[in-house]
Each structure stands twice: as structure tokens, then as C-alpha cells.
Design a protein around this ligand. Sequence first.
Ligand code: CAO
Length: 432
Amino acid sequence: MTFLIEIKVPDVGNVADIDVVEVLVQPGDEIVKEQTLAVLETDKASMDLPSSAAGKVHAVHIKPGDKVSEGTLVVTVEAVDVQPTKAAPPAEVSAAVSTPVAVESAPVAAAVVPKSEPAPELAASHMSAGSGVLSHATPSVRLFARELGVDLSQIKQGSGRKGRILQEDVKKFVKQLLLDGPVSSGGAGIPPIPAVDFSKFGEIEEFALSKIKRLTGQGLSRAWLNLPMVTYHDEADITELEAFRVATNAEKSADTIKLTNLVFIMKALVTALKQFPTFNSSLAPNGDKLILKKYFHIGVAVDTPNGLVVPVLRDVDQKSINQLSTELVEISGKARAGKLMPDQMQGGCITISSLGGIGGTAFTPIVNAPEVAILGVTRAAMKPVWDGQTFIPRLMLPLDLTYDHRVIDGAEGARFMSAVIRSLNDIRRLLL
Ligand code: CAO
């Protein structure tokens, strides 16, 4: 026995005069449940109208350009083995409302139409996360986006008519994601930071980020999202080191390069790296092996007008304190002048980020991945230190060691830091 089932526009939330954009079936088509019959479009969204019945399309009652509302007849479907007196059970009515209307292929008759909520799928597939705004795209574009794993709600404005999202917009979005990394996209399922129109709150001015800032931002975000990082804080007593440094600098003629703490810290790092080779390593991308490095190249974060850059001083183990001082001045000067060559920023084993010339008591630097650790330095300060009998004034240098916890255990991190501190406390150890 064959029945005709009327499929009508369901309750779409009190919106009337919805535009019919596409009709995707024609008389004679065999359709299955949930198959999209038509695409409807309001000012804010386009939505698929899935079929609530399976069978053969008997007649199509709408065409592109029509305006429809709740209850408008969309198609009639010839179905077999359906009980004519029963409407499809509500649980199965997915979106459009279906009504079996007549027996034996009789003409469509009016019937009491059971109301159904818009199908969860109808709502969910168009609802953008969080905001409740409906995405505006045709089924083929949505299918394309789904295949690429793109959440259409993240594409704020399409370039099609009335802001409709086109396939080109999805491609552009993916391309931008690849260029930007996770910063602008949210990425890894992390919701992006919503756009805010700050001009609503007061006067604003916009500046394009420098290329260095954008690239550094990508690298930092990548590291932040990929590495489980721990930062360990301690202090080195550099009272004697400072006395030596000041005395040595006093001996230097005005035109020679002066020593700063940083070169001693570089040497102390090398000593510690030799003792703890895992700090001089990188994790293979698939995470199954550690690549140990037998060279000692140290990156130094340099603050430049265009942003942060990290030139690398090579073979620090083989160079004298004076040589390193000269090289640091040269390379940081080049960095500030924007004259570093790409290879001068490659090959680092570990990085030092020193804010000591500026101030601070502690911070949490981000590992310059694929390195596994970074040493932060802030301003040395005179502090009262208990020597067992009395407080004595000592120049204490705060150090912050951030490491990749997949490679370095907490105890190893603390031991490494202690090794660095031992060398700085007594720089004669650097000779050993
Ligand atoms: N405690 C106290 N004084 C310190 C110090 C410390 N930890 N570190 C440096 N100083 C002093 C120096 O001795 C120097 O003093 P004098 O002028 O009296 O000799 C003064 O501060 C300036 O030092 P400097 O910064 O020019 O030299 P440096 O070798 O210590 O550092 C460099 C070189 C390139 C690291 C530094 O100039 C720089 O760019 N720092 C910023 C790095 C940065 O931005 N890091 C943050 C990255 S995370 O966003």
C-alpha cells in the first residue's frame, strides 16, 4: 500500500517569510530520511530542511525565490508500508513536519499536523559555538567545511550575498589558519578570543604588528600549547662575581667592551649542560626519542624595536669571557639594527632571556622549542643572607628555569639550576 506524506516547514522559531534558496529534490527522486530537501534562508542564517520521511518524491510545492513559513507544504512523498492513521512518531520527526494523508496514492488531503520542535540536528548544525548566531552557508559548503574540520561559526562573514559563506571563504579561512597557527584560530578545540569593538569604549588607533612580532607570537603560542612547562625559581649569590666583574671592567680602557653578568651566566650554563646532557637535547617530533647535542650554542633573547629576536652564540664552551662579551655586543647590535642573518638565529641548544638590565624579581619565560629549557634572569639585588650567625649583605641574582616536563623531571630541573648557581657563586668552578 502506498501513502502520500506531506512534508511541511516546521517551527523554526517564529520566523515568517523565509526565503527558499535551493530546492534539492524533484518529483520522482527516491529520498531517505534526513535527506536535505531544500535550503531556506533568513536574514541571519541559512538552514537545511531535512526530510522526515523516506520514499519517492511525488510533488514539490516550493521553488527558489518563494517565501515560506511554518506549515508551508514543501513536498509530498509516496511512502510504502506506513500506517495511514498514525503520524510519524515525534522522535522520528526530525525537522520538517510529515503527515501521512491518504490511502492508495490518493490526492493529498488536509490533515491535522502534529507539531514538532526543530530537529536537534537542524539547530546544532547551524548554531555557532557560544554565540548562538546561525552560520550562513549552503549544504555543499557546510559539507566541504565538515570534511576539512572547519567550524563554520568561526567564519564571521562570508563574501556571498547577504554575507553567505562560500567555499572560497572556507578555503581562505583554512589558509589563514595555517599561516597564523593557533593564535587567531583558537586551534586544538580552544575557543578563539572573541573580537571586541574597542571603539565603543573610547578612542583607539590600530597598528600592524611587525613581521618579527607575528612570527615570534606564532612560535611562542606553538610552544605554549605543545609543551607542558614548569618554571623553577632560585637565586645565585653573585657578590664575588660582581666584585670581579667591576674590577675587571675598571681595568679596561674606555673603548673596550665591558663585561656583563650575562657572559658568566652563559659559561655557567655550559658547565651545567655538560653535567646534565638532557638539557642539551630536543625531543623528536613524534616524541619517541631524545636527540642529544654535543655542541654548546646558546641563544640570547634580545629586545629590539621590532620585537624579540634570539641570536645564537656558537660554541660557547670554546670561547673566552672576553670573546663572548665582544660577540654578544656585536650580535645584539646587529639584532637591534635588524641585520641578523637567518642562520645567526638557528641552532641554539638553550636560551637565556635576561631582563636584568631592566628590573624584575622573577618571571616565567617560555621555552624556545624545540629546545627543552630556557633560563630567565631578572635584576640582581642586595639582600640580607643568614650565614649561620648573622645576616650579611649579598648580591643575589634571581634565576627562572622553565623546562619541558616531558623531557626533564622536577628533580633534574632543580639539580641543573643548582649547578648553574654553584658556578655563579664561585666562578673559579668555570675553570674546572
Ligand atoms: N642585575 C643587575 N644588573 C644587570 C643585570 C642583572 N641581572 N643584567 C644586566 N644588568 C646591568 C648591566 O650590568 C648593565 O649595567 P652597566 O650599564 O652599569 O654596565 C645594564 O644592566 C645593562 O645591561 P644590558 O642589558 O645592556 O647587557 P646584558 O649583557 O645584561 O644584556 C641583552 C644583553 C642583549 C640580553 C639585553 O640588552 C636585552 O636585550 N635584554 C632584554 C631581553 C628580553 O627582552 N628578554 C625578554 C624575553 S621574554 O619576552
